[in-house]
Design a protein around this ligand. Structure first.
Ligand code: ADP
Length: 306
C-alpha cells in the first residue's frame, strides 16, 4: 500500500547549551517530530508531507532545506512576508531541563488562515495528523477552519489521528482548552493521548476512563501511552495492552510520545495490526529516550521496515 501522510502543526527553532557559552541550533516541534519518525519508519512508496506556515527569512529557508533533506515534503508550506518561525531554548539546571518560548508571533500561528490550501493538502492525503498544540496556537476562527477540514477528511473515510498533547500554558483558559481538545478528538478517527496529561487535566481516574471519554466523543480508536508502563489500545472496540521496552538508561524523554505516534502510524498503515504496531512503536520510543534531542538520527533507531 502506498499513500501520503500529512502532519499539520508548528516546528520551532531549538536552542540548547553546547558548553563554553555556545548555543546549538536545531529544529523541533511535536508534529514535525512525528513526521520525522513516520518518515523513518514508512516505506519509500509513502510520502510524508509537513503542513505549516513559515516566514520569508533565512531561518525559514533553513527549515525547508532541513525538511527536504529528511525526505519530508514541503509542497504545502506557505511563506508569510515579514514573519519568522517560533523559537525555544532549553536550559539545564541541576540536571533538570526547563524551556523558554518565543512563539507568540510565529508564522505557524497562521497555518490555517489559507483554508483553500489546507483543504487541498488534506484532499491530497490519505492520513492526516495534528495535535492539541496545533489547535492551541491558532486563532479561534482558524481552529474552526482546521476542525472543519479534518472533519471532512474523517467523513471521507481517511484516517485522522490526533494527539491531545495538552499544554495549559498555550491556552487562554481551561474551558477553552477542554472544549477545543474535545472537538479535536471528535473530529478524529484515532486519538493518541498520554495518560498522565489526561489524568492531570481531564481528571481521568484510569486509562479505561480516558479510552471511554474519547470513544464517547466519537473517536473509533484510542491508544493511551503511559510512559515506562506501556500503552493500552482500543481498536475496533477491542482492548489490548502492549508493554514498554526496558531502557537501560533514560537520557532524554523529549519526543517519546511523538516518536511513538510516528512509528505506530507508520507500521499500522502498512499492516493494520494495531498491537504489533504498538510493540514496534515502543521499541522506537525506547531508542529515542536513550538518546539526546527530539529528532534522533534514523540509523540509531534500529528500524527494520514492515
Ligand atoms: P509523552 O512523551 O507524550 O508524555 P509517554 O511518556 O507516555 O509520552 O511515552 C510514550 C512512549 O514512549 C511510551 O508508550 C513508551 O513506549 C515510551 N517510553 C516513554 N518513557 C519510557 C521509559 N522510561 N522507558 C521505556 N519506554 C518509555
Amino acid at each position: 500500500m502506498s499513500g501520503r501522510f500529512l502532519s499539520i502543526g508548528e516546528c520551532m527553532v531549538e536552542l540548547s547549551h553546547a558548553g563554553a557559552g555556545l548555543l546549538r541550533k536545531g529544529f523541533a516541534g511535536d508534529t514535525l517530530n512525528t513526521a520525522w519518525y513516520a518518515r523513518a519508519c514508512l516505506p519509500a512508496d509513502w510520502s510524508v508531507e509537513y503542513f505549516t506556515a513559515l516566514g520569508d527569512e533565512a531561518m525559514s529557508d533553513e527549515m525547508i532545506a532541513f525538511y527536504k533533506q529528511a525526505g519530508i515534503g514541503t509542497e504545502f508550506i506557505r511563506r508569510i512576508k515579514g514573519k519568522a518561525p517560533g523559537l525555544y531554548m532549553i536550559s539545564l539546571k541541576d540536571g533538570e531541563r526547563s524551556f523558554s518560548y518565543w512563539r507568540d508571533n510565529s508564522a505557524a500561528r497562521q497555518l490555517a488562515a489559507d483554508a483553500e490550501l489546507l483543504r487541498e493538502a488534506i484532499e491530497a492525503s490519505d492520513v492526516v495528523y495534528f495535535s492539541g498544540i496545533t489547535l492551541a496556537i491558532l486563532s479561534r476562527n482558524d481552529a474552526d477552519t482546521l476542525l472543519a477540514e479534518v472533519r471532512r477528511a474523517k467523513a471521507a473515510g481517511k484516517i485522522v489521528a490526533f494527539d491531545p498533547n495538552i499544554r495549559p500554558r498555550l491556552w487562554s483558559g481551561y474551558d477553552m482548552m477542554h472544549t477545543t481538545i474535545s472537538e479535536g478528538a471528535r473530529a478524529s478517527s484515532l486519538v493518541l493521548p498520554s495518560f498522565d496529561d489526561e489524568a492531570t487535566h481531564f481528571g481521568d481516574v484510569s486509562i479505561a476512563a480516558t479510552i471511554q471519554r474519547y470513544r464517547t466523543l466519537g473517536a473509533t480508536d484510542v491508544v493511551v501511552k503511559n510512559g515506562a508502563e506501556g500503552a493500552t489500545l482500543s481498536f475496533d472496540g477491542v482492548e489490548s495492552f502492549v508493554p514498554a521496552e526496558k531502557v537501560e538508561q533514560v537520557v532524554d524523554t523529549t519526543s517519546a510520545g511523538d516518536s511513538f505516534n510516528g512509528a505506530f502510524l507508520a507500521r499500522y498503515l502498512e499492516t493494520k495490526d494495531a498491537p504489533a504496531a504498538a510493540a514496534f512503536a515502543a521499541k522506537v520510543a525506547a531508542r529515542v529516550v536513550s538518546e539526546h534531542g527530539a529528532l534522533v538520527a534514523w540509523e540509531k533507531l534500529g528500524i527494520d521496515k514492515a
